[in-house]
Write a protein that binds this ligand. Structure first.
Ligand code: EPS
Length: 391
């Protein structure tokens, strides 16, 4: 079973990610992991922290001679900003006067709920773990999941559908378009439509000017996923539920949609469901669909079409022109705390979304096909593909 955890504070020494259950014999390309981490750091509207960090995946265990060996994988990501925080966030008892309080909780952030829960007098330690910096660790192990899925021909990428009020016109974006935008050497807003990308940039500029922030929508697409991952047999094994939970767990995500889920709710069934045809086998089987409103999942099971998951992000909750809040110490009205912040993180969140989708699919693949070595997993997978062809 594929299991994973992350650890680390935003301004601590490092982030750490653990991944256990990956079969032995998977080729690991560290440059690929670092490009994934680089992609997560990009995007128009990122804040000052991204100028400090240059995330790289330092593999500590589970990979030898460029291959996984079946034992738990640990990846360390150094925080370059740590040098500025050593005195205020020491592991040992340090000088309490150096502590940097977060004295008034930011509406929308975990600050208040976290301080109440953990019984902290202010929100410093809440911010440290709740920050979206943690998603860098997920992207590192998500990169391993992507390398694993690639061996089966499955690819996972994302694009930005909307930033604030600016959105793309197309209802369904092709895999080739998404791959094209993700391969660009520079990332602006990772949007497939040039005109929409310019309008998205204008939204960010407006927020920058006014000390505000913007949210948006990204879509993760998993390409060439075979039918049969996940099951309707048990509620907690449904692929759509697993994907929704995984993507919803990302910082700032407030809603998740599979396929055309949101518009489907207001449309008649005849315009929603994807009619079935049959022809010469082009994909996994001879069954065909003219469109993909289901987002590649029916009854909690992948159906062989591209899997499409959209995530809706609230605007970043740290505002340069802060909202009204309360002083933790005096309970008097006070503006919410501000250090520095991103204005827009939609493209970066999309990369983290890819990681969560890849980890979820890798887990479902391993549950279905098993295997302690890549040879065994691929043999089982090939046997299933033969079965589909013969169906
Ligand atoms: C982030 C690092 C953080 C923030 C951001 C994401 O760095 P810092 O707090 O030092 O500026 O830029 O955090 C949040 C969006 C958040 O909600 O806390 C990163 O690496 O992505």
């Amino acid at each position: 079973m594929l299991r994973y955890f992350t650890a680390g504070e935003s301004h601590g020494e490092a982030l750490v990610a653990f991944l256990s259950g990956m079969p032995a014999g998977l080729k690991v390309d560290p440059a690929f992991l670092d490009r994934e981490l680089w992609r997560r750091q990009q995007g128009y509207g990122r804040g000052g922290r991204m100028k400090i960090e240059r995330d790289t995946a330092h593999i500590l265990s589970g990979v030898r001679q460029g291959m996984t060996i079946g034992s738990p994988i640990t990846i360390l990501l150094q925080n370059k900003d740590w040098k500025n925080w050593q005195e205020s966030l020491p592991v040992e008892t340090g000088d309490p006067t150096k502590h940097k309080r977060v004295g008034s909780p930011r509406p929308g952030h975990a600050d208040l709920a976290g301080a109440l829960k953990y019984n902290f007098p202010e929100a410093r330690y809440v911010l440290e773990r709740a920050s979206a910096r943690e998603s860098a660790a997920r992207v590192a192990i998500g990169g391993l999941a992507k390398l694993f899925l690639r061996e089966l021909g499955i690819e996972v990428l994302s694009h930005v559908v909307a930033v604030g009020g600016a959105s793309i016109g197309a209802k369904e974006v092709s895999w080739e378009q998404i791959r094209g935008v993700c391969e660009r050497p520079e990332i602006l807003l990772n949007c497939v439509e040039a005109g929409a990308e310019q309008r998205m940039k204008d939204e960010v500029d407006q927020a920058l000017k006014t000390g505000d922030s913007v949210g948006g929508v990204f879509e993760v697409v998993a390409h060439h996923v075979p039918p049969g991952l996940g099951t309707y047999a048990q509620w907690d094994e449904r692929l759509d539920a697993l994907l929704a939970g995984a993507v919803m767990s990302l910082q700032a995500v407030k809603a998740v949609e599979i396929g055309a889920g949101i518009t489907a709710a207001a449309s008649p069934g005849s315009t929603v469901h994807d009619e079935i045809g049959y022809g010469a086998a082009k994909g996994f089987t001879g069954f065909t669909r003219g469109r993909n409103n289901a987002g590649g999942i029916e009854g909690g099971v992948s159906n062989g079409e591209d899997i499409r998951v959209r995530a809706y992000l609230k605007p970043i909750s740290t505002l340069r022109r802060p909202l009204q809040s309360v002083d933790f110490a005096t309970r008097e009205p006070m503006r919410a705390a501000y250090e520095r912040s991103d204005v827009c993180v939609v493209p970066a969140a999309g990369v983290a979304g890819e990681a969560m989708v890849a980890l979820t699919l890798a887990r479902c693949v391993l549950e279905k096909f098993g295997g302690d070595s890549m040879g065994e997993t691929l043999r089982n997978f090939e046997g299933y593909l033969q079965q589909l062809k013969r169906y």
